[in-house]
Design a protein around this ligand. Structure first.
Ligand SMILES: Cc1cc2nc3c(=O)[nH]c(=O)nc-3n(C[C@H](O)[C@H](O)[C@H](O)COP(=O)(O)OP(=O)(O)OC[C@H]3O[C@@H](n4cnc5c(N)ncnc54)[C@H](O)[C@@H]3O)c2cc1C
Length: 240
């Protein structure tokens, strides 16, 4: 793991609140990370805040992250100000043991909540160029349809490989009167659609509550616990 001061290359809004940030790896340095790992942004207060790396390792000289502010969070306010003003951002990277270097030898299910899509983006952009021999299902759960800021990109992956399938899910449809797609909790919807998950590898990205509820549901429905992977298992272990 390295600590680097990374110049800001670009920052732009995807939608009403989520920003895409490209940070340059300083000259003479390199970063060796695996798709699915995360970095920590070091705030002026010295607090370290984790963000999944959204780019694939094949992108050289740069890392991409997506940041959505958390209402009511002091750290989030500091991060937003940093994004508005900073020319250089200090990072610690790479971290995390939830990564994928090549597609598994069986079906893969990716369950992403909100900005959890970033971790899946890095993984998908790494495994798609080699071709998919088994089905890969990406289910992306958001509160409202306006939060689906990467929908076009996810749909473009379907066009690249017939084994890739993308399903967006809105959990608060009352906020999205024009939404015609699936509604409910992302993990439950994927389980209803797929049925048998006993030989599936499952990656989950989201809050601890979402990840542990998904783990319990899937294990009850026949998924071997060892087949589920999430940063949360090491970042926020479940209280005994
Ligand atoms: C491994 C990891 C990766 C994250 N990646 C991102 C990201 O790519 N973009 C982003 O905007 N925020 C991400 N977050 C959340 C982000 O770190 C916090 O929003 C940020 O530190 C500001 O603090 P807070 O007070 O909002 O949140 P906190 O109260 O510190 O955290 C909010 C809660 O949301 C969970 N969470 C939110 N988003 C994610 C996510 N994508 N993956 C895993 N857990 C999540 C956190 O574990 C935590 O329980 C990630 C969190 C973790 C643990």
């Amino acid at each position: 793991m390295k600590t680097l001061s990374c110049p800001v290359d670009s920052i732009e809004y995807y939608n009403h609140d989520t920003r895409r940030i490209f940070l340059k790896i300083p000259e003479g340095e390199s970063v060796d990370f695996k798709a699915g790992q995360y970095l920590q942004m070091i705030l002026p207060t010295n607090k370290k805040c984790p963000f999944s790396i959204a780019s694939a390792p094949s992108l050289e000289g740069m890392v991409e992250i997506h940041i959505r502010p958390t209402p009511g969070s002091e750290d989030s306010k500091i991060i937003e100000t940093l994004l508005d003003e900073a020319k250089v951002i200090d990072l610690e990277l790479p971290l995390g043991d939830c990564f994928l270097e090549k597609a598994p030898a069986g079906p893969l299910l990716m369950l992403a909540a909100s900005t959890g899509i970033t971790q899946m983006k890095s993984i998908i952009e790494s495994i798609l160029p080699g071709g998919l021999e088994h089905p890969v299902h990406l289910y992306w759960g958001v509160l409202a349809d306006k939060d689906l800021y990467l929908s076009d990109l996810c749909k473009s992956w379907e066009e690249k490989d017939k084994n890739f399938h993308f399903v967006p899910v809105v959990s608060e449809p009352e906020t999205s009167p024009d939404w015609q797609g699936k509604t409910g909790l992302v993990g439950n919807i994927a389980l209803d659609d797929l049925g048998d998950v006993s030989d599936t590898t499952v990656f989950v990205s989201g809050s601890p509550g979402m990840v542990y509820a998904t783990l319990d549901l899937y294990v009850e429905n026949g998924l071997p616990e060892k087949n589920m992977f999430s940063d949360i298992f090491s970042y926020a272990p479940r209280a005994k």
